[in-house]
Design a binder for this molecule. Structure first.
Ligand code: 5GP
Ligand code: 5GP
Length: 226
């Protein structure tokens, strides 16, 4: 190869390096929602946000970039700080749909900041901070999980339900299999704690999960009151 050939090759190699870095460096997202009744019904307990007791509905935990092998990136950009001025127009929806339950009682900014810094900064190649929170809110709304469950006779009434029945109700409702995660109440009963739904790299469409999270749910689980 002549000098010119090498120059072209070097240019192409440099370009491919640049292009691959600017593409998304994760395979899909988990939209993770939490059942407040299960977050609060543990030995550790919970605190309601300063705006009061949240609605009895699933609340967003986060929108998490993930790899197909089950691992995930985190805290990808220390220079990109959470900036509350960027989500001012989303605040009332954030308080309703992404309430914090950690103690001590607070407005929610700590939770949102944590989620942005740990997970959101790993999806900056496809969405900015406003889009990150807006997409999560839209996805939660689109999934409409509580309605799907209650339509199938699965209610947050402290009753015990079949793991497969819950999974299938959601599968029928959104078209894709969810991951379910349980925790334990003070009597050591397993209860529905979080639901994971997989989302494409644009952060807008549900997809079949490339890998399901390990969920620790037995075949019968409680759906706690809230
Ligand atoms: P835990 O161990 O309580 O399930 O998870 C602790 C934290 O690790 C979560 O809140 C989340 O930030 C992160 N995490 C746990 N599992 C996953 C996962 O499968 N994917 C991603 N992206 N993060 C996870
Ligand atoms: P992750 O488990 O996503 O890494 O971390 C969740 C962090 O957000 C923890 O430090 C937790 O204290 C805080 N946090 C604040 N509010 C909530 C909430 O409502 N649910 C959960 N799971 N974590 C919350």
């Amino acid at each position: 190869m002549g000098v010119k050939g090498w120059a072209i090759l070097k240019f192409l190699m440099f370009q491919s390096l640049f292009v691959s870095q600017s593409l998304e460096d994760f395979d899909f997202f988990y939209l993770v929602v939490q059942w407040p009744g299960a977050y609060c019904d543990t030995k550790r307990s919970c605190c309601y946000p300063t705006s009061g007791k949240p609605e009895a509905d699933f609340g967003i935990h986060g929108l998490w970039p993930n790899y197909k092998d089950g691992s995930w990136p985190s805290n990808c950009d220390p220079d990109s700080q959470f900036d509350r001025s960027q989500i001012e127009d989303l605040l009332s929806s954030m308080k309703k749909n992404w309430p914090t339950l950690s103690c001590p009682s607070n407005e929610g900014f700590n939770f949102w900041e944590h989620e942005w810094e740990k997970h959101g900064t790993c999806s900056e190649s496809v969405m900015d901070q406003h889009e990150y929170f807006e997409n999560a809110l839209k996805l939660k709304d689109k999934a409409n999980l509580l309605q799907i469950l209650t339509n199938s006779g699965i209610n947050p009434d402290d009753g015990f339900y079949d793991l497969n029945k819950i999974t299938n109700a959601i599968k029928d409702g959104i078209g894709f299999t969810p991951g379910l995660q349980c925790n334990k109440d003070p009597e050591r009963n397993a209860q529905l704690y979080q639901i994971y739904i997989c989302v494409d790299t644009s952060g807008t469409e549900f997809i079949e999960c490339p890998v399901l999270p390990r969920g620790r749910c037995p075949s019968q689980l409680q759906f706690a009151k809230f």
